[in-house]
Design a protein around this ligand. Structure first.
Ligand SMILES: NC(=O)C1=CN([C@@H]2O[C@H](COP(=O)(O)OP(=O)(O)OC[C@H]3O[C@@H](n4cnc5c(N)ncnc54)[C@H](OP(=O)(O)O)[C@@H]3O)[C@@H](O)[C@H]2O)C=CC1
Ligand SMILES: O=CC(=O)O
Length: 342
């Protein structure tokens, strides 16, 4: 069952808030598809325990998404401890007040809840379960929240390793890119331990604008892959349209405006269109990650014998774009793969 942020979270005693402190309030959402309609009290301080000591929040993986997410937690007054494979990416957060530990294991051992925002299934698994990974340090009473985009099997594997230590696990991939991460406007697609979901809800509300609890581990990963499968195909189709419009003598910037007025308007087209027509692709969502998500979504479809010819064609286009050295560009650079075919 889906739950959005207006669901009143039950905060266990171990993370119960100190009444004197308030997180910066965001408007309670008015999602039209809201499932629970009763309103939560203003989210207050999840960063203190019943005894008044700070709840320690770990953050592993400080890339495009992890950095602003951790930053928002620090700015909200949380006691944050960071680790990243490339240590230099921790420095800006340390100057904002974050603590540092030299391994995922030590972060998970020190913190009450640890978030992980890693590139792909391999890195998510390694950081969670590899040598000096989080599972080596975590234990009963603690929680691990993986916000990376991975496949269902990887998420279940991480869940198994974490749960074997006595800790709780929540998968919570996010919809929303660099700017929503900076603005605390992400959408969390969570599944796993409901008590951990309730515990971290105030933290999710600092980083995001809405959250869904989707039940068993795997449902969050699957939801994220379906969303990104659609997104990847939409961007590929948009790219074809931009190129076709120019070829037949139209102004692609006008096409962007026309689309923005009609039924197929989408924030993504409005945001990316003007730079795409100038062949500019400032990275928000790396193309390599979009191709990873399409690959994983195709695997998901295969697992239930679902035919996905559009996504399969889009995936081929992103693969071509990668061979042109566009992996670290924004995924909107997929248009370059089509231009090269002209
Ligand atoms: N960017 C976006 O718009 C969005 C991304 N996502 C998803 O979020 C996740 C992170 O994305 P994003 O922040 O953009 O990605 P980045 O590529 O910017 O960051 C990836 C992070 O993973 C770390 N990492 C990669 N490989 C390893 C490894 N083998 N061992 C340890 N750490 C590793 C990197 O460490 P290092 O710094 O050392 O390289 C870095 O911290 C991905 O799963 C992506 O699909 C979801 C929604 C939006
Ligand atoms: O995963 C990418 C996003 O924009 O969402």
């Amino acid at each position: 069952m889906a739950m959005c942020s207006s669901f009143c979270p039950h905060i266990p005693n171990s993370l119960r808030q100190k009444p004197s402190f308030s997180f910066p309030r965001k408007p309670l959402f008015s999602l039209s598809f809201k499932v629970f309609s009763f309103q939560a009290p203003a989210p207050t301080n999840a960063s203190t325990k019943a005894d008044g000591s700070p709840t320690r929040v770990g953050f592993l993986g400080l890339g495009i998404m992890g950095t602003p997410m951790a930053q928002n937690l620090i700015k909200a007054g949380c006691d944050v401890t960071v680790w990243n494979r490339t240590k230099s990416k921790c420095d800006p957060l340390i100057s904002l007040g974050a603590k540092y530990k030299p391994s995922a294991e030590e972060v998970a051992a020190y913190c009450d809840v640890t978030f992980a925002m890693l590139a792909d299934p391999e890195s998510a698994l390694d950081v969670a379960c590899g040598k000096h990974g989080a599972a080596s340090g975590i234990g009963p009473g603690k929680g691990y929240v993986d916000v990376s985009t991975v496949d269902v099997a990887t998420s279940k594997l991480i869940n198994g390793h974490i749960k074997a230590t006595g800790a709780s696990f929540l998968e919570a991939p996010v919809s929303g890119s660099k700017k929503p991460a900076e603005d605390g406007q992400l959408i969390f697609l969570t599944a796993g331990d409901k008590s951990l979901y309730d515990t971290v809800a105030p933290l999710l509300d600092i980083m995001g604008k809405s959250r869904f609890y989707l039940g068993d581990v795997g449902n969050g990963a699957a939801m994220k892959l379906v969303v990104n499968m659609i997104m990847g195909s939409m961007m590929a189709s948009f790219s074809e349209g931009l190129i076709l419009s120019e070829k037949v003598g139209l102004d692609p910037d006008v096409l962007v405006e026309v689309i923005a007025q009609g039924a197929i308007s989408a924030p993504m087209y409005k945001l990316k269109g003007p730079s795409m027509t100038k062949s500019l692709y400032p990275t928000a969502f790396p193309l390599k990650h979009q191709q990873k998500d399409l690959r994983l979504a195709l695997g998901l479809a295969e697992s239930v014998s679902q035919s996905t010819p559009i996504a399969a064609a889009a995936n081929e286009l992103y693969k071509v774009a990668k061979t042109y050295g566009l992996s670290d560009h924004d995924f909107s650079a997929v248009i370059e793969a089509l231009k090269a075919k002209q």
